[in-house]
Ligand binder design. Structure first.
Ligand SMILES: *[C@@H]1O[C@H](CO)[C@@H](O)[C@H](O)[C@H]1NC(C)=O
Ligand SMILES: *[C@@H]1O[C@H](CO)[C@@H](O)[C@H](O)[C@H]1NC(C)=O
Ligand SMILES: *[C@@H]1O[C@H](CO)[C@@H](O)[C@H](O)[C@H]1NC(C)=O
Ligand SMILES: *[C@@H]1O[C@H](CO)[C@@H](O)[C@H](O)[C@H]1NC(C)=O
Ligand SMILES: *[C@@H]1O[C@H](CO)[C@@H](O)[C@H](O)[C@H]1NC(C)=O
Ligand SMILES: *[C@@H]1O[C@H](CO)[C@@H](O)[C@H](O)[C@H]1NC(C)=O
Ligand SMILES: *[C@@H]1O[C@H](CO)[C@@H](O)[C@H](O)[C@H]1NC(C)=O
Ligand SMILES: *[C@@H]1O[C@H](CO)[C@@H](O)[C@H](O)[C@H]1NC(C)=O
Ligand SMILES: *[C@@H]1O[C@H](CO)[C@@H](O)[C@H](O)[C@H]1NC(C)=O
Ligand SMILES: *[C@@H]1O[C@H](CO)[C@@H](O)[C@H](O)[C@H]1NC(C)=O
Ligand SMILES: *[C@@H]1O[C@H](CO)[C@@H](O)[C@H](O)[C@H]1NC(C)=O
Ligand SMILES: *[C@@H]1O[C@H](CO)[C@@H](O)[C@H](O)[C@H]1NC(C)=O
Length: 610
């Protein structure tokens, strides 16, 4: 059992350390946004148009660059599948149309445009997501030999939410390393200069109490991370529990922290690394990584004056869902349909000539996407620490009109007035975990028609069941939400009760949705890979609790291995790699007007939900 700080210990230690006093730490300085006049020609609001939506120029250009890279990547993937089929127990050979599509015979146009979504579910979902991405990674020889490697290199988009956002944002900013290196860090050399390298997730150090049994160290740590938000407060920005949470996440999911320097408070520990700075990471510049997107929900119908309030708000599906990408923050949802430049996130809505930079700290975005602290179901151990942080913020920083249990983001869309936008009169957006509306898989950004995604790999690891397995709740929510916006979003039919997912084993092996969508519909083909149970004959290790905030390397390794098995050989089906290739090319097949044949017919019968 982990020792939990009492409020008194925390308070006494904080007082003795003189929190809030003069000297600001390096991290506090680097975490402080700066305020300046906007560069000439800056527009802080881009309206997308509610029906004919448009992408930002940066996204459009870079995604188009990515499509050129994908052209070669699909060829590489095809070679991997063929080599696998030539040597495996599968007797399948791919139909000619699959070869033709993946080898680029028809050019970029009809090639698959693939989006991968990685769900929420705390560390469990981050690890499960990483395990699946590893199985799809063409740089990993084991994945190549298994016949699934290479898909990741050709994916256009990668979206993440909550625990999935930790995976997506750490991967993007660390320059797209291989997944085991992302998680365990690269050995042996780690720089100690605080900025240069990514040191791994350091998952064996608890997210809130990394001091092990050392209560004093934990208290000092909490005091440090609260102190690191003081510069932001002094600069006039609202600070909430999300900021403190962000400073903790930053030590695990942003560059600059290693096991050796973890408690060194003379280092920035990722402060200053912004989400918009991903555009300068070389794998992004070279279009070698998929375009990253992180999702958060919004609490609306709050007045400016709402303080810390009651537990238990579930976010209705009608609320706008916001996305964060390297270029922009905003929403395509027709209630608003507007974006603000990511690098100027946090600019005051009341003066459009003032631009703020440094608000979009990468860990703050991940912290926003994973802020579940307004909800009732946080385990009591975590909640007792979060409560202390909230009390502490209340006592240390005098703020009015700030809801301390959620992210407070200056509302770039203040005064933007489609009548349907509920936060038009709010100067601050109140944002929370992207899964609080029930859509725990961030499919929403992949359904934006302007993005042209026709195939989605939905990686799903929320705790829908009492034993922490998935049961399809997020697909049910996504289907329900799409129906609220007819003509804007499209999603194939999915079962509407968790009973069906469980009784038909749709979460225990990959399942395809949208196999029968008509050619006239814009429904994507969905390849659903859920954390629903271990491969045949194994004891489950991937159903750990959402609020387990610490994992040993042994535990991580076992979870990654089991996930790899789930992604590469479900039910020991030697045809699975061929089936995955059939699924990935099925929408392109329709575009070139070919009929399913051979192994692809068999695969659809085996994996399509009907
Ligand atoms: C608005 O911002 C600009 C640039 O920062 C500044 O020069 C100007 O004084 C501000 N206007 C008001 C009314 O505060
Ligand atoms: C991609 O984004 C960068 C950064 O904004 C931009 O300079 C570049 O022109 C964009 N386009 C391409 C094709 O890379
Ligand atoms: C697989 O075998 C086929 C013939 O059976 C051959 O044409 C092809 O080159 C082989 N592909 C790979 C990648 O080994
Ligand atoms: C492939 O063919 C061999 C020999 O005919 C057979 O033993 C094996 O079961 C077949 N494998 C599959 C997956 O159908
Ligand atoms: C490739 O994936 C396998 C299976 O998870 C893993 O054991 C191995 O370490 C990975 N290889 C590299 C170089 O990361
Ligand atoms: C983070 O570190 C990696 C090396 O581990 C580097 O390639 C990347 O550019 C850094 N990212 C940022 C945002 O500084
Ligand atoms: C990217 O790098 C350029 C050149 O160093 C710099 O001017 C620009 O501000 C950086 N962009 C972001 C969003 O950090
Ligand atoms: C919120 O604050 C803004 C700016 O002070 C004000 O114009 C608006 O009326 C306020 N909204 C509410 C609901 O109080
Ligand atoms: C909290 O947990 C209970 C029991 O598992 C469940 O019925 C309820 O829907 C959950 N509430 C939220 C907001 O997730
Ligand atoms: C689920 O779908 C079936 C068949 O379309 C329908 O009869 C049933 O009412 C739906 N159930 C729920 C809970 O929506
Ligand atoms: C679901 O999987 C279980 C365990 O593998 C098996 O016993 C059961 O028959 C399967 N049910 C269906 C409908 O496939
Ligand atoms: C899709 O079509 C096949 C063949 O026509 C049919 O068996 C299956 O039930 C259909 N599936 C759905 C989900 O409608």
């Amino acid at each position: 059992m982990r020792a939990i700080l009492t409020p008194l210990t925390f308070y006494l230690i904080a007082c003795s350390l003189g929190l809030g006093a003069a000297a600001e730490s390096v991290a506090a300085v680097a975490y402080t946004p700066s305020v300046q006049a906007c560069p000439p020609g800056t527009s802080l609001v881009r309206q997308t148009g509610s029906s004919a939506q448009s992408l930002s120029a940066g996204e459009a250009a870079n995604v188009s660059g990515r499509q050129q890279v994908a052209l070669n990547a699909w060829k590489g993937y095809l070679a991997n599948v063929q080599a696998y089929l030539n040597t495996s127990q599968s007797n399948a050979s791919l139909p000619q149309y699959v070869d033709d599509i993946l080898s680029g015979l028809f050019g970029v146009g009809p090639q698959p445009r693939l989006g991968i979504a990685t769900s929420g579910g705390g560390y469990r979902s981050a690890i499960f997501g990483a395990g699946i991405l590893n199985a799809l990674d063409g740089r990993n020889q084991t994945s190549v030999e298994a016949g699934t490697g290479g898909v990741l290199q050709a994916a256009t988009y990668l979206s993440g939410l909550s625990g999935g956002s930790w995976l997506v944002s750490s991967l993007a900013q660390a320059d797209f390393p291989m997944l085991p290196e992302l998680i365990f860090g690269s050995s042996p050399s780690q720089t100690n200069d605080g900025n240069a390298k990514f040191g791994g997730w350091l998952a064996d150090m608890d997210l809130l109490t990394p001091g092990g049994a050392n209560i004093i160290r934990d208290a000092e740590y909490l005091v440090d991370i609260v102190d690191e938000v003081s510069g932001k407060f002094s600069a006039g920005f609202p600070v909430t529990v999300t900021d403190v949470w962000a400073r903790a996440l930053s030590r695990h999911f942003a560059n600059g922290t290693t096991a050796a320097n973890f408690f060194d408070d003379n280092l920035p520990h990722g402060a200053g690394i912004t989400f918009s700075s991903i555009v300068n990471v070389s794998s992004f510049v070279n279009h070698e990584q998929p375009f990253p997107i992180v999702v958060a929900d919004s609490l609306v119908s709050r007045t400016n004056g709402s303080a810390v309030t009651e537990d238990g708000d579930l976010v209705p599906l009608t609320n706008p869902i916001y996305e964060f990408n390297p270029f922009e923050m905003g929403t395509y949802d027709p209630q608003l349909g507007a974006f603000t430049p990511m690098r100027f996130l946090g600019s005051p809505p009341t003066n459009r000539s003032t631009c703020v930079t440094g608000f979009d700290q990468l860990a703050y975005i991940a912290g926003t996407s994973s802020n579940v602290f307004n909800g009732p179901n946080v385990t009591s151990a975590v909640l007792s620490i979060i409560d202390k942080i909230v009390n502490f913020l209340e006592e240390t920083f005098t703020q009015t009109d700030v809801r301390l249990d959620s992210a407070a983001v200056p509302n770039a869309f203040f005064g933007v007035s489609p009548a349907t936008f509920p936060d038009s009169d709010q100067t601050v957006l109140t944002l929370v975990d992207g899964g609080e509306d029930g859509e725990t898989d961030p499919l929403q950004p992949l359904l934006v028609l302007a993005r042209g995604v026709d195939t989605i790999i939905a990686i799903d690891a929320p705790a829908d069941t009492s034993d922490n397995f998935a049961a399809g709740l997020d697909l049910i929510s996504t289907q329900a939400r799409v129906q609220l916006f007819p003509g804007t979003y499209f999603f194939p039919p999915v079962p509407n009760t968790t009973d069906v997912y469980l009784s038909q084993n749709l979460t225990r092996r990959p399942t395809f949705f949208g196999c029968n969508s008509s050619a006239a519909s814009d429904e994507p083909f969905v390849i659903y890979i859920a954390n629903g149970g271990p491969p045949l004959g194994q004891a489950p290790v991937t159903n750990t609790p959402t609020f387990q905030l610490e994992y040993s390397n042994g535990e991580l390794g076992a979870m990654l291995d089991q996930t790899f098995g789930m992604a590469t050989g479900p039910e020991k089906d030697p045809d699975w790699p061929a089936c995955l290739a059939c699924a990935i090319t099925d929408r392109a097949r329709r575009t070139i007007v070919a009929s399913r044949s051979g192994i692809c017919e068999t695969c659809m019968a085996r994996y399509c939900w009907s």
